[in-house]
Ligand binder design. Structure first.
Ligand SMILES: NC(=O)c1ccc[n+]([C@@H]2O[C@H](COP(=O)([O-])OP(=O)(O)OC[C@H]3O[C@@H](n4cnc5c(N)ncnc54)[C@H](OP(=O)(O)O)[C@@H]3O)[C@@H](O)[C@H]2O)c1
Length: 192
């Protein structure tokens, strides 16, 4: 294990800020690696348990430095826009992060996925199937990226990394966001 902090990627969206708030409430040292630190509210940045590091996801050296201070990673990275190009940008971030975890002996990562990711033991759900199809049609780049994350982790051949991809549904409204984020947090803290 490299350091004491829980490293959060994607910390500056509403779910990320909720997560940081929860980590600090639980007195867990946290490190937010983000490209827009000013999005993190002052009541969080003033907490001595939180370190904020500015950087983007192409800066391997800065990401390495952040991972070196961490004991586990929670990533809420995902496409923010329906206009996301049909590429593997977000899976590629894990292609940077995971080898650095190995290098720094950080063995635990929880990464955001969505209900577009199917598993053979999933129960059938009409609303989920409709939502998934809709996203595939109206936000095909985001859909493609999410499936690329699933593909990356399911084919990861690295026994030193314990990974969980947790799948979220709709985080759209403020009330839903809080409720969904709480559910995610429950899952996250069960795994930490
Ligand atoms: N809203 C929904 O209904 C919904 C549903 C399913 C899944 N999700 C996923 O849930 C996650 C959290 O939701 P949210 O509403 O809190 O997210 P959000 O407002 O879209 O924020 C996403 C976070 O990821 C960061 N990010 C996105 N693209 C990045 C890139 N290319 N490089 C570096 N950082 C990047 C953002 O940084 P910046 O602040 O710098 O942009 C932000 O911290 C998102 O990944 C989203 O894809 C959302």
């Amino acid at each position: 294990m490299a350091g004491d902090s829980i490293l959060v990627f994607g910390a500056t969206g509403p779910a990320g800020i909720s997560l940081l708030r929860e980590l600090l409430y639980r007195k867990l040292p946290a490190l937010a690696y983000c490209r827009n630190p000013s999005k993190i509210p002052e009541d969080l940045t003033s907490n001595s348990l939180l370190e904020v590091v500015k950087g983007d996801m192409s800066d391997r050296k800065a990401i390495s430095g952040a991972i070196a201070k961490s004991r586990a990673i929670i990533s809420l990275l995902g496409p923010s826009s329906p206009r996301q190009p049909k590429n593997t940008e977000f899976a590629d971030y894990y292609r940077t992060i995971v080898p650095l975890m190995k290098e720094h002996r950080v063995g635990r990562i929880l990464a955001l996925g969505t209900t577009a990711m199917y598993r053979p033991d999933d129960q059938s759900s009409v609303s989920r199937a409709v939502m998934s199809t809709l996203i595939k049609v109206v936000a095909s780049g985001a859909y493609h990226n999410i499936l690329a994350i699933q593909d990356y982790f399911e084919h990861l051949d690295e026994s030193s990394i314990e990974w969980t991809v947790f799948r979220v549904g709709n985080l759209l409204s403020r009330g839903l966001l809080i409720n969904s984020a709480r559910l995610d947090k429950l899952a996250i803290f069960l795994y930490l």
